[in-house]
Ligand binder design. Structure first.
Ligand code: EPU
Length: 336
């Protein structure tokens, strides 16, 4: 365990914001975390994994706990299926690649999602037609108040679109230390989402393997989403609004070409499209702007403060509301 005072968080958040924490502690085992429990019960704190979904608006006057607890395991359930587990401080993408190496499939569509394994159940990460909840068997967590270990079934995690019980009713009450997913040697190939088909076609791949899907997703993500080491960002800044049928119909009356996707009895409208219509795509305001290839991503051109990014996001929300009457919700966690 290592700690220091007035620690810079710059290398611990993919926006590259120059915020300071009162103290920063790195934990590499569950035992190290248990030793911190008395402090977590009395002091202001936050857990941080890859820092790829946070915006530090101010310095953080508390303890930041960086999770670097590692470990990967695959246990065969029967001939084809496995209970594959990962400790929460593992890199999500490294985990996905490891499962592919083991010949257990189901995570390939979620290749290259930044962040750690622990973030996956927290916000039910998802991409290219697959969400964490589709593969989740169990989430193991430590209750901060009692130090007890508790396992949550997938249903108990109350997963929704970028939502879980850990962000809502149980917020700040548990530390997720391990996840279990059900993967299979013969998991179906999912190639229908977005432009996965186009990429496969360009490569002349007619019968894609799971590895081909992973490579296609990596290619699409790298071409559209900026690399945080080059340009600070936290992926999608907003959630896609999920609206009533009647609201979608009203939108389509006015904008017949508006992209939209059925989501149960509601309709998901891409926030990127709404933001682009408000002319923010590629727009730059000082140190902050909207990415040129994906309007849903806010970027730090260098030296932006968290407050500047927050103010810019308010401007986007205001303009989208004015034009479409939809209120965008932020997907990134604001840390005040
Ligand atoms: N679009 C535009 N302009 C833009 C961006 C998007 O018109 O600037 C429209 C296009 O019509 C496109 C549609 O929006 O067809 C959807 O765009 P895309 O496939 O890029 O996905 P998204 O809905 O913008 C979501 C997730 C991403 C995930 C992708 C792929 C959310 C908030 N975001 O984005 O997740 O990678 O789908 O599955 O649900 C993240 O959560 O940080 C993230 C990057």
């Amino acid at each position: 365990m290592s700690s220091n005072f007035q620690a810079s968080l710059k290398s611990y958040n993919t926006f590259g914001i120059e915020a300071l924490a009162r103290e920063l502690v790195i934990v590499q085992s569950l035992d190290e975390l248990k030793k911190l429990l008395p402090r977590l019960r009395t002091e202001k704190f936050m857990f941080l994994g890859g820092g790829s979904n946070v915006l530090f608006i101010n310095d953080f006057d508390g303890l930041v706990v960086i999770n670097q607890i590692k470990g990967l395991k695959a246990e065969s359930i029967n001939g084809n299926d496995a209970d594959v587990s990962a400790m929460s401080g593992e890199s999500w993408h490294e985990f996905v690649l490891w499962t592919l190496d083991q010949g257990y499939y189901g995570l390939e569509n979620m290749s290259l999602i930044p962040g750690t394994v622990g973030a996956a159940p927290m916000q039910n990460i998802g991409a290219y037609g697959v969400e964490f909840k589709d593969v989740c068997i169990q989430v193991d967590a430590l209750e901060l108040a009692t130090g007890a270990l508790k396992s949550f079934t997938s249903a108990e995690c109350e997963f929704g679109y970028r939502e879980s019980v850990f962000k809502r009713a149980l917020k700040d009450q548990y530390f997720i230390y391990q996840v279990h997913v059900k993967l299979s040697r013969n998991s179906p190939i999912k190639a229908s989402y977005g432009n996965i088909q186009d990429v496969l076609k360009t490569k002349g791949i007619k019968h894609p393997s799971h590895r081909d899907i992973s490579n296609a997703v990596i290619e699409i993500r790298s071409s559209k989403l900026p690399d945080p080491s080059q340009l600070g960002n936290a992926g999608s800044f907003f959630k896609n609004p999920v609206v009533l049928q009647s609201q979608a119909e009203a939108l389509l009356m006015k904008y017949p070409n508006a992209p939209h996707f059925a989501d149960g009895d509601r309709v998901k409208v891409p926030a990127g499209w709404l933001i682009e219509q408000c002319r923010f795509k590629g727009f730059r305001d000082g140190n902050v702007g909207s990415h040129k290839d994906q309007a849903l991503v806010i970027v730090n051109y260098g030296g932006a403060t968290g407050q500047e990014i927050f103010d810019y996001s308010k401007k986007i929300i205001r303009e989208v509301q004015k034009k479409f009457n939809f209120v965008l919700e932020r997907e990134v966690n604001m840390i005040f």
